[in-house]
Design a protein around this ligand. Sequence first.
Ligand SMILES: Nc1nc2c(ncn2[C@@H]2O[C@H](COP(=O)(O)OP(=O)(O)OP(=O)(O)O)[C@@H](O)[C@H]2O)c(=O)[nH]1
Ligand SMILES: [Mg+2]
Length: 360
Amino acid sequence: MPETRRKARTPKEQEERPPPSVGILDIAFRRAQRVSPHGKTKAERDRLRAELKVIRSSATVLRHLRLELRPLRPAAFGEFERTLVDAAFGARAVDRSLLRLKRAEERIRGLTRDAEREVGRAFASEELGELIRRFYGRLASFVREIDPDIVRLREVAAYLKQRPTLDLALPRLVVAGFPNVGKSSLVALLSSARPKVAEYPFTTVAISVGHADLGFDRLQVVDTPGVLNRPRHGNPAEVEAEATVAGAATAVLFVLDPSGSCGYGLPEQEALLDRWREEFPGLSILPVETKCDLGRRTTDRLQVSAVTGEGIDALLAELSRGLADARRRAEAESPREEAPEPPEGRGGRPARGRPPRTPR
Ligand SMILES: Nc1nc2c(ncn2[C@@H]2O[C@H](COP(=O)(O)OP(=O)(O)OP(=O)(O)O)[C@@H](O)[C@H]2O)c(=O)[nH]1
Ligand SMILES: [Mg+2]
């Protein structure tokens, strides 16, 4: 699905910024240059200086590489984040970069060990000088080789930084549906979030989170971009929304606009609802029809209006009931635990026995 992937930076964009290796090596070599060894003889001091140059430059490079990997450490990079990143960058690309960074670390460690041994065996100062030059050269080429990988991991880190952190201990109501149906308007009414609302599709292009207090229960309300029902051909915003439904939802509030003012007919919206019900049989999906101020119809579903506020209290009551039921079920399942939490499934979602799925 090439259209869902992030584009690599153009050569011109890459030209504008020096590659990461320039900064990393600059700091490493400067630190190594500042060594002031003690020793009785010049030969002793020369050897110690060479040893310290090897150790300091390599340690500085390794520390920088570890820093590049920090945003992707397991604690910050759960399965939900992984799904988002896979969808945005391509799964294999990120794995390849991680692997290449790890390999570069191992090679640098090996190079350092060899250089330390050679320094110990060297006789003359000139020999030491030549040894250090060679070591610096190889160290630099190892780091330069992974420049594209460091750039990619930095892009992933920046992407993740823009995504809200979901508290996996709190229930997550994901508000989803077709574009322009009124999802963000409902999120603004239900929670503390104030997402942008406008009369064109794809106003929301990334997920955002607000909170709602429903009696005893605190709920995270997640606004998502609209999804046109076209698996494998969705744009990055649609892929992100589907990944959130698949990987982060405790429950889904599926918003339908029967008035058609969103620009899409009810049958195509119903088709998306049907597909999700089929793909996520264990997920609780509550459909709600909105914009009822534009016209009411006969239906068993909840009907609301974000403009007049009609039906919102009934919707809140329904959500409260659903949450209380889920809490009671969790308490019944783990009666001895003080703070009952559902067992975590994929992406911190309560396990429901449905198969993991990579959204396309
Ligand atoms: N009449 C009426 N208009 C509404 C209602 N809810 C939302 N709208 C309008 O519908 C349009 C889309 O609303 P949004 O809340 O931005 O819809 P969305 O589903 O978040 O849209 P995307 O983020 O683009 O997918 C805006 O012009 C809103 O003012 C409603 O209950 N009644
Ligand atoms: Mg929106």
